[in-house]
Design a protein around this ligand. Structure first.
Ligand code: 5AD
Ligand code: SF4
Length: 424
């Protein structure tokens, strides 16, 4: 989401005559797009601000801005601190950045952290910063209304709102016409997409109808509303990728209750069964949190057992980090000792390594259509791309280029990568 937002920010700045550079030495304005989801994400930004002091010394007129969730959370505290931040802009204030930057260039400080119920940046054409020219992000909705008790996102990104479907379809079509072969539709909770009478399944159908050669992915789904209707649409269109990221957070119903996730373990497993029924070859990935408030050994064991039962292909795994202003910070003590959190997280990671490797081993000898994304980092005679299930495959270049679809048979794997050969 932040990569997508950065592309919008670059577009807004370019319209006002600013030019993007990826060489920091050259920059007159440095905007740092930030995340507040866990404390360590914010700590990295403090570290970055310390590093930037030397650029400031070298170029006294340098403008430094903090944008995104950390800006929204800390507001004027960022300008008042010792780091010399000139601009603070929340995620709904990016249209105002050129004005804020001009003010800072004139020696002032600028803050805009107003959240909006409408802003979707619908008609702003993002400036694509990725270099492969094959896959792109398209934001379809912003904000979150779920208020999971541990999560800061509803406070930093505001209420849910959906972008007009026509602008989404036309952005995706333009990408396809410019050679892109994959779009990922983005939102904090894409299944809540609703614009007039267009819901998420219909939007998916419209985007996937642009061309059978355009792969469509989406992230992220909330388990409480991953519907059979959506799974039916996916099953009917082979270019909608067989990959669903379905954050479980925990495998314990009592814990899910404290997390305010609005589903039970049984509900979650029922949705996984529905995915397997409609899309037998679908990859399923997840997010898990270790050591949330009051987590017992039994609840932790339930998370491990859920992981085994689903057999996740991949997972993002985190230690609980208490976030100021959330329901949990106010009402649910952060009472699992850090060593216990670390121990549980390492058990979760060890199990996921096993499950991920087993998932890769199951693919050996199978055939997949791979969309080529780039040259392999290790060997320029090899290409790397992804299967519909979102797994990376490395294989000999043959006569192929970035953006080609290649049918590949998997010949071997490591825990993280599949190796294959082209089927001719
Ligand atoms: N501590 C740890 N992980 C968190 N996440 C969200 N909030 C927190 C927190 N306070 C994780 C969830 C979410 C992912 C994006 O980040 O797993 O799905
Ligand atoms: Fe945070 Fe929950 Fe919203 Fe995801 S669904 S962004 S975890 S509040």
């Amino acid at each position: 989401m932040n990569v997508g937002d950065t592309e919008i920010v670059v577009s807004v700045m370019q319209q006002e005559g600013y030019v993007y550079t990826d060489n920091i030495e050259e920059a007159d304005v440095i905007l740092i797009n930030t995340c507040s989801i866990r404390d360590n994400a914010e700590q990295r930004i403090w570290g970055r601000l310390t590093d930037l002091k030397r650029y400031r010394r070298a170029k006294p007129g340098l403008v430094i801005g903090i944008i995104g969730c950390m800006a929204e959370r800390l507001k004027e505290k960022l300008v008042e601190g010792p780091y010399g931040v000139d601009i603070v802009s929340g995620p709904d204030a990016y249209r105002d950045l050129p004005r804020l930057v001009r003010g800072a260039e004139a020696g002032g400080k600028g803050i805009n952290v107003l959240l909006s119920t409408e802003e979707t940046y619908a008609e702003i054409a993002p400036v694509r910063l990725d270099r492969n020219g094959v896959s792109a992000f398209v934001a379809i909705m912003r904000g979150c209304n779920n208020f999971c008790s541990y999560c800061v996102v509803p406070y930093t990104r505001g209420r849910e709102r959906s972008r007009d479907p026509q602008t989404i379809v036309s952005e995706a079509r333009t990408l396809f016409e410019n050679g892109y072969r994959e779009v990922t539709l983005l939102g904090q909770n894409v299944n809540s997409y609703k614009a007039g009478d267009v819901g998420f399944p219909e939007l998916m159908q419209r985007v996937a109808a642009i061309s059978p050669l355009l792969r469509v992915r989406f992230a992220t789904s909330h388990p409480k509303d991953i519907s059979d209707g959506l799974l039916e649409v996916m099953a009917s269109m082979p270019n909608i990728c067989r990959a669903i990221h379905l954050p479980a957070q925990s495998g314990s119903t009592s814990m899910l209750g404290r997390m305010n996730r609005k589903y039970t373990r049984e509900w979650y497993l029922d949705r996984v069964a529905a995915i397997r029924r409609y899309l037998p070859d679908c990859g399923i990935t997840t997010d898990l949190i270790a050591g949330f408030s009051g987590e017992t050994e039994e609840e932790h064991a339930q998370t491990l057992s859920l992981m085994r039962e689903v057999g996740y292909d991949f997972a993002f795994m985190f230690k609980y980090s208490e976030r100021p202003g959330t329901y949990a910070e106010k009402h649910l003590p952060d009472d699992v000792p850090d060593e216990v959190k670390s121990q549980r997280l390492s058990e979760i990671i060890a199990l996921q390594n096993e499950l991920g490797h087993a998932s890769n081993l199951r693919d050996v000898d199978s055939e997949f259509e791979v969309l080529v994304e780039g040259t392999s980092k290790r060997d320029k005679n090899q290409l790397s791309g992804r299967t519909s299930q979102n797994k990376v495959v490395v294989f000999d270049r043959g006569g192929h280029n970035v953006g080609d679809y290649v049918r590949v048979r998997i010949t071997g794997c490591t825990p993280a990568t599949l190796f294959g050969e082209e089927i001719v």
